[in-house]
Design a protein around this ligand. Structure first.
Ligand code: UDP
Length: 346
């Protein structure tokens, strides 16, 4: 099968710093090659891939993030060549979907963001205008606000287990890893750690003005000897934290479409305490890989149950359910389905 994978253009594939989608695109493109597919990755020129790489911009135009002109130049370079492929797999967001679904080549579009509120409304509009697009969700919960969209499959994300090595034992601290946003809840993690009398290490992106504002108001004043903020950490630092933490706190308060941090933690052998929001119940097996609570305050008494979980089994769960091989296999099946729907034999 000849697949064009259309990446977001704002960061290289894989990303050098913060980034979730670009990691998924990386594991997918390289995994498809491994599985014998003929893959062309449309991304920025500073990307690394075993697929054929096509690009308009030598380096990812990160400083232009969100600007249509840049995104469109990147997308049309791929979509203009759609006829050379059996299927185009778009990860860019609405722009790639809107344009790509107008073409005769089957278009599969993975929805990476949440669909509540205005984004969901816009998806409805775009799918009405371009009804040939086929959508893939990354969790079933992600579909909930918009069940009538043209869903083709649900394909949960994956991680490269080799980049998140297993580590038995811990150093007693709790970990919060995530963007500085009220949705992610560093301030709730602080409350939990303080109430539990456990040290907390916080690592996360704090670049945008809204992130800085949140940080200054809700995190900074509560830092001290026991509550530490490490800034945005490198991959090696992140892995060391995930490996040595007693548990990862994931006290989210939004419809998180997936939540890669959870599976990164499990791969390293560290249980996750998470609130029942978004994809959490689909990712965390309560009582096996972590503890899912209705209210984040319940994390305090739940810590002891998290301590009792078997670290080796956490990693086993990731290998079973979130390996790149599983994700690639799922997507190959999705491409077959898309081809069948368009009447073209695979
Ligand atoms: N991440 C990171 N540095 C940070 C915060 C997050 O490298 O300061 C990584 C994290 O390990 C994960 C990704 O960025 O791989 C975030 O993906 P996730 O789905 O957890 O959350 P999102 O930020 O996309 O809502």
């Amino acid at each position: 099968v000849r697949v064009a994978v259309l990446s977001p253009v704002w960061f290289p594939v894989p990303p050098t710093g913060y980034g979730g989608i670009e990691w998924i695109v990386h594991l997918l493109a390289d995994g498809l090659v491994e599985a014998g597919a003929d893959v062309t990755l449309f991304a920025s020129g500073d990307s690394r891939t075993s697929a054929k790489l096509e690009y308009v911009f030598e380096t990812a135009p990160s400083e232009r993030i969100g600007q249509t002109f840049w995104e469109l130049r990147h997308a049309v370079a791929c979509l203009g060549r759609a006829g050379e492929f059996d299927v185009v797999h778009d990860h860019t967001g609405l722009l790639g979907l809107a344009l790509g679904a107008l073409l005769p080549t089957p278009l599969v579009h993975t929805v990476h963001g949440p669909l509540d509120g205005e984004p969901g409304e816009l998806y409805e509009h775009v799918c009405r205008l371009a009804p040939r697009g086929r959508l893939v969700s990354i969790s079933l919960n992600q579909r909930r606000p918009r069940p009538g969209l043209p869903w083709l499959a649900n394909v949960p994300n994956a991680i490269d287990l080799a980049r998140y090595p297993f580590h038995e034992g811990h150093e007693g601290f709790l970990l919060f890893l995530g963007r500085m946003s009220p949705d992610k809840g560093a301030h709730r993690a602080i409350e939990v750690a303080s109430a539990a009398g456990a040290p907390l290490k916080i690592a996360g992106k704090c670049r945008e003005p809204v992130e800085q504002e949140y940080f200054e108001e809700h995190v900074l004043p509560r830092l001290g000897a026991e509550i530490e903020y490490l800034g945005e950490v490198s991959h090696a630092e992140k892995v060391a934290l995930l490996q040595r933490a007693r548990a990862t706190l994931f006290p989210i308060d939004w419809e998180e479409p997936f939540g890669l941090v959870m599976i990164e933690s499990l791969a390293c052998g560290t249980p996750v305490l998470a609130t029942r929001c978004g994809a959490v119940p689909e990712v965390i097996e309560d009582g096996r890989t972590g503890i899912v609570v209705d209210d984040y305050r319940e994390m305090v008494p739940a810590l002891a149950r998290a301590d009792a979980l078997d670290p080796a089994d956490l990693r086993a769960a990731v290998r079973e359910r979130f390996s790149p091989e599983r994700m690639v296999g799922d997507y190959l099946a999705v491409y077959e389905q898309a081809l069948a729907l368009s009447g073209v034999p695979a």
